[in-house]
Design a protein. Structure first.
Length: 279
């Protein structure tokens, strides 16, 4: 399991004297967080607790002990059993939650995560990247990502984190409403962006990204849907797709997946993943 997880936080070296009180009295591992103990020196007692802070199981450990990853939602405490105790605590999470836990970014969009299950790393364009939650995730999976947006503050933050994480992301300040993407890509996607654009530019933008997609490449779009016919209020957004509209834009492509989620919160949305199968 550890091979599929990423370490997002580590303590400094802790001793019998410096071990924080929370670990001595009972530490709760959040959902989605695995904990790893590394005993550098000395001895300690490790105990799993129930929610009433009562000991369920207890172990005596030292630097030669093999300590398994502690699963999420576990409650445990550490009791130093020698004055020379030294240990380190590392916290792990899934790749999808890594940038959220380390930088307080939103997790990548679920539809982007799903797309990676069958789209191999390739030349990719994030259309309206924002702070880069999707770009960072895809780049960490070895996708060759170009991220475009016109919010300079967001792009600065994305660039800063990509440098810290040693991820090679091509970050470009560009207004996607111009519909003049020049490069060509294997995978172009946009999540929760179209709904903030001028409605008169939607057709031109989609035409442009379709043209700039390589043969056998993919487009993924997720954006708000007008579901007033189903009793949902009209969202105060510049643009919402009407039912069936997004699918019509890709009637000449192979549609891999399409849905209109009428009950979604905070707003209904349309989603399409389509493949270009002919020029």
């Amino acid at each position: 399991m550890e091979n599929n997880l990423l370490c997002f936080k580590s303590t400094s070296k802790l001793t019998a004297l410096s071990l924080p009180k929370i670990y001595k009295e009972g530490f709760f591992a959040d959902d989605g967080i695995w904990t790893k103990l590394t005993i550098i020196k000395g001895k300690m007692k490790f105990a799993f607790l129930n929610l009433e802070n009562e000991i369920i199981r207890q172990y005596s450990l030292n630097s030669k002990s093999e300590v398994e990853l502690i699963k999420p939602l576990s409650v445990f405490k550490i009791t130093p059993n020698s004055t020379d105790l030294q240990l380190k605590i590392d916290f792990y999470c899934s790749r999808e939650d890594y940038f959220y836990n380390k930088y307080n970014f939103n997790s990548p969009h679920l539809e982007v995560v799903k797309a990676t299950k069958f789209i191999d790393p390739c030349k990719t364009l994030d259309l309206g990247a924002g702070k880069g939650r999707n770009s960072l995730y895809l780049s960490s999976l070895n996708f060759n990502v170009t991220a475009i947006d016109y919010n300079a503050e967001f792009l600065y933050e994305l660039t800063d984190i990509s440098i810290r994480e040693q991820l090679d992301i091509n970050v470009i300040d560009h207004d996607i409403a111009k519909a003049n993407i020049k490069g060509s890509y294997d995978f172009i996607f946009s999540t929760d962006v179209f709904m903030y654009l001028n409605p008169t530019r939607i057709q031109s933008i989609i035409t442009n990204i379709k043209q700039q997609t390589h043969l056998n490449g993919y487009n993924l779009i997720v954006s708000a849907l007008n579901a007033t016919n189903h009793g949902r209020p009209l969202m105060p957004l510049p643009f919402t797709f009407i039912e069936g509209e997004l699918k019509e834009y890709y009637e000449d492509w192979k549609i891999i997946s399409y849905c209109e989620n009428i009950t979604a919160s905070p707003y209904p949305y349309a989603m399409i993943l389509a493949q270009k199968v002919s020029e």
